[in-house]
Design a binder for this molecule. Structure first.
Ligand code: B12
Ligand code: SF4
Ligand code: SF4
Length: 306
């Protein structure tokens, strides 16, 4: 059955691994042991977040890790008569629908066999994928799949599908990293430290631009490079060279729509036409909340003193 499910996952263009649920405890211990790391901000958060709910409705027996290839998107914004194109890095636009798609095809396979699975992200998804052999870490802390590189979304599930044992590898880094420091050099906030395995998550641009609020003064205006998140430590990586130019071209917003986005106040509704366009583009609530600020900083690059 395990092999059958893995084939089903591959038939959908994704890659999967299934491990016994007892591995959850090992992941928890590994995260606990990292609490003393100098860059422990999200480690402490993850340690508190990790938990298997007791109302699953079934006895959990396995964890399923799925790697889904995820493209970059590019949206256009008409501003001052010119069209400016900006990237949405992998995984942000998938988030809304891809997890459910994966859950649906996995459930459609398992349920006739008498088993169930539910989405379960309360664990370190990269660590789980690397231990289960689906990928390797990069020096930039991301998980790389040999075919898709780091342009992926990781999805994890918990199931009552029996699994007594499965391969479990040590946390490993790609060999390509041995002689490379490209991500260290390109990171706009110097968050990647060459000789430390955990990045400085407090100064990673993503930590600041995924949530509302003013950017700290120390962040150079020209550091920003995407409508959310940051693409620098992925696009520079030799392990992504073969996928780097795969970009899905999304909508272009008109001059009026761009102005409406830039001046939008959080509690106000968008005009009907812009709301429809935002929805069609796949831009969801949390992303939409930060879009006006993130777009403004990109459009105004080079116009303010830093
Ligand atoms: C919190 C979080 C963040 C935080 C902290 C990120 C971090 N590096 O910890 C912030 C906001 C900064 C962030 C940013 C981003 N995130 Co994020 N994030 C998460 C989240 C919710 C938890 C991550 C976590 O567990 N951190 C805790 C630390 C301990 O985990 P860790 O990095 O795996 O730590 C191990 C490595 O450092 C490893 N290691 C690294 N090198 C080496 C070398 C050796 C030799 C060894 C032994 C070990 C080792 O050792 C540690 C474990 O022992 C996950 C979703 C989830 N539930 O897992 C998404 C997730 C990790 N994020 C993701 C993405 C895409 C991003 C961004 C690329 C977004 C963007 N900018 O476009 C950036 C990348 C920043 C970066 N370079 O890491 C994806 C990862 C996809 C991938 N290819 O790996 C995830 C899995 C979301 C998803 N479902 O797809 N994120
Ligand atoms: S850019 Fe170089 S050092 Fe960084 S993750 Fe890629 S191969 Fe490793
Ligand atoms: S996502 Fe950007 S800011 Fe964060 S570590 Fe990578 S390059 Fe640095």
């Amino acid at each position: 059955m395990r092999e059958g499910l893995l084939k089903e996952i591959a038939a959908h263009g994704d890659r999967g691994a299934i491990v016994p649920v007892s591995r959850f405890e090992e992941l928890r211990c590994e995260i606990e042991a990292l609490r003393s790391d100098k860059h422990h901000m999200f480690i402490n958060w993850m340690a508190g977040f990790m938990a298997i709910p007791d109302d699953l409705g079934f006895q959990p027996r396995s964890l399923i890790s799925v790697i889904v290839p995820s493209p970059k998107y590019m949206f256009g914004f008409t501003y001052g008569g010119d069209i400016h194109h900006y990237i949405v890095p992998p995984q942000y636009l998938d988030e809304v629908y891809k997890d459910d798609e994966v859950l649906q095809y996995i459930s459609a396979y398992l349920e006739p066999l008498g088993y169930r699975a539910v989405l379960f992200d309360r664990l370190p998804q990269k660590l789980m994928a690397v231990h289960s052999g689906l990928g390797f870490y990069g020096r930039n802390n991301l998980c790389f799949h040999e075919e898709f590189g780091s342009y992926i979304r990781l999805i994890t599930l918990i199931s009552d599908l029996p699994c007594d044992e499965a391969d479990w590898y040590p946390a490993r880094r790609m060999e390509t990293c041995d002689k490379c420091r490209a991500c260290v050099n390109v990171c706009p906030t110097k968050a990647i430290e060459s000789d430390h395995r955990i990045i400085n998550t407090t100064i990673c641009l993503t930590t600041m631009n995924e949530v509302p609020g003013d950017f700290p003064q120390w962040v150079d205006q020209n550091a920003h490079n995407a409508l959310i998140g940051c693409i620098r430590c992925q696009d520079c990586c030799p392990a992504n060279a073969h996928n780097k130019n795969k970009i899905v071209k999304g909508v272009t917003f008109t001059e009026e729509e761009t102005q409406e986005l830039l001046t939008h106040k959080e509690d106000e509704p968008f005009s009907d036409s812009l709301a429809a366009k935002i929805k069609a583009a796949g831009i969801y609530g949390a992303f939409l909340k930060v879009l006006p600020r993130n777009l403004a900083v990109l459009l105004h690059q080079g116009t303010l003193s830093t």
